[in-house]
Design a protein around this ligand. Structure first.
Ligand SMILES: [Zn+2]
Length: 107
């Protein structure tokens, strides 16, 4: 890896790509769509990002909160699929004990 800096355009492209990657993921049981990493429940990938009443809609979460790890905000290895509701509830708290560190195991 050379330069660590991610341009805004690249960041935006990655963000959309991440949602698509999660939505297209096939789970072990044959269902489609990567589950929420916080409670491993299915995410509503059909819901729009601005469907604010729908807590099951997809949101990109950061394993290491941006508040404490701002340099990891645009690092795809720090991105996790989550429910909007779980993400909001978790806020900037550290990951729950027992949760696996970021990995691409679910891809
Ligand atoms: Zn969740």
């Amino acid at each position: 890896m050379g330069k660590k800096h991610t341009s805004t355009r690249q960041g935006r492209k990655n963000k959309i790509g991440f949602r698509e990657e999660c939505a297209a993921h096939i789970n072990e049981d044959g269902t489609k769509g990567a589950p929420c990493w916080i409670y491993t429940m299915a995410i509503d990938y059909d819901a729009s990002w601005d469907d604010f009443k729908n807590d099951s809609r997809f949101q990109r979460d950061h394993f290491y909160p941006v508040s404490t790890h701002p340099h990891l905000e645009e690092d795809p290895t720090n991105w996790m699929p989550s429910h909007a509701g779980c993400n909001r509830e978790r806020s900037n708290k550290a990951p729950r004990a027992g949760l696996a560190p970021p990995s691409r195991q679910w891809t």
